[in-house]
Design a protein around this ligand. Sequence first.
Ligand code: GP9
Ligand code: MN
Length: 648
Amino acid sequence: MKKIKFKKVSDLIIDFSKSYPVLLFYIVSNFINSILLRLFTTGSFQIRALFFDLGFVILFTAFSFLIKKNKKKTYYVITSILMVAICVINSIYYNYYSSFVSVSLLATSVFVQDFGDVIVEFALDFKDWIYIWQLIGLILIIIKYSDREKNVKRSFTKVTILSIILVGIGSAMPPYNSWSRFIKLWNRVAVVNSFGVYTYQVDDLFQSLKPTLNNMFGYDNALKKVTEYYDENRKEQSINKYTGIFEGKNVIAIHAESLQTFAIGLTFNGEEVTPNINKLIKESLYFDNFYAQVGVGTSSDSEFTYATSLLPANSGTVFVNYFDNKFVTMQNLLNNKGYYVFSMHGNVGDFWNRDVMHQNMGYDKYFSKSSFVIDEEYGLGLSDESFFSQVVPMIKDIEDNIGEPYYGTLITLTNHTPWDDADEYSDLNLTKTIEIDGEMVTRDYLEGKVLGRYIKSINYMDQAIGNFLEDMEENGLLDDTVIVIYGDHDARISKGNYDYMYNYDPVTDSVLKPGDEWYTEFNDYDYELSKKVPLIIWSSDMEEVKTISVPMGMIDVMPTLGNMLNVYNKYALGKDIMNITDNENVVVFKDGSYVTSKIYYSARNNEAYAISNGIISEDYISINSEYANTILDISNDVIIYDLLKELK
Ligand code: GP9
Ligand code: MN
């Protein structure tokens, strides 16, 4: 029998490197560079990124087989220059922004100017240029060696398949939420960590082209439609008793992460979850039927809709995909009136692309993570307590050195899902104690449950806000300042958790079922309505204190609060709620569902759920559904075709 001879792997490699020295060097060196880039920037070494990096370089190699023999070396050099440039630029950029560069950002002139400064300031570090070793090595090898010729077609197919296999293996590895990050691309660091820098840069290129592709089709039509819409439906600045009541006052708007209305006013074992907010509400205009209207851009969508009175885009996220477009915002209107406008947040500056978008929105300055001492961390980062305590002297400094009036957005962080440290920062007792057969029995109830952690986290946020307001007062910063608090969106806790909270029976230690005597119904619509978030407007000399229950969306904040500050946005699609006398308003959600004072309409089920008594006509539903579609459509066209640039 003939003996099959296996060659040793080392022999195979030696053979291969003798036959294809240039190709081998090209693959290995570019692969090493991408690993170095991650190590020198984020310090991450995720195994899945290795598969993507290698798969990417091998795919580039596959294309080399389609290139004529005499051009092949040029191909290796040009593509290597490209990959080395990606590494060098990203390395320099990371020093300054703690993030990775985007093709779309480079396209904005403001940014290019900034980046020019960065190069001058930071490009002197040796480690940023180390990647060039690859080009030097490649040229030396090309001068000395040449690769053997191969069967072009077969090699191309084989190598492409190898690349696909590598990417496939990488995709099957954790973290499993990385594809959603890949598509949204707002967390660039995470994308580079799990896909490698080359794949990230291609992803970024496609995402950056999206708006341009959109613009190529349908622009004229959209412009005509939107112009007509504004001509027919423009809401003039309202004149009511609230017009200008806060004119010239400072404003501090607290963007309260995931704060839902249902938690406000709750008590457990006699203790209030939100004692400070409850107290504040008693001295405020409180909107208790208020909804966020976010899409995939969550926090950033909320900021966008609040500022512009437009709904978020249908695809992509305004902060990430349309950051360069023209918008009329509360911030730039106030800025034009002489306000100093700033934002403060304990997370990294490029999260949701805020460092770029806030500038576009009219903020004079965004104080992000690097402006704070990170001395206490919960969940996503700097704790709210520490954040707020550092914010007060910063505001004082603004008041003393820049002057009044000012408008500041303070974005909280600790109440972001998953609230893992909740027991550490709140001692709210969420157990239930009852007497059974003469004995006191304590049940865990919400302790250890996700909803329990969330409620404790809200309790913590309330303390942080309470301390902040006290601190502001002590520093004399509240006298001439309006405080706005809004929940940015719901906490995305599933319905079953609410069923449990409302229907837990401590006697049997089980959850009541429909038909049981004390069962509280909590259906799909109740669940949707429970996503309400609070909106509170407080000022020390508030003449009128009341709770307003007209259905209201984030889209209505700009016209409502704007009117109180006496600024007018003629492209607002929302309404001044203080003008509404019949309780009628339509709050439109991103999926086409909406809520009025009478119904919640679900676009998914094409079904209306009655909120108040009375007969609902078909007409009522069809008129409001049409309105919802129009608002979504006009908002989207304004955003994706950048129509305010033209209309302004
Ligand atoms: C992060 C914070 C959270 O900086 O604003 O964003 P979200 O996940 O809620 O959109
Ligand atoms: Mn948020």
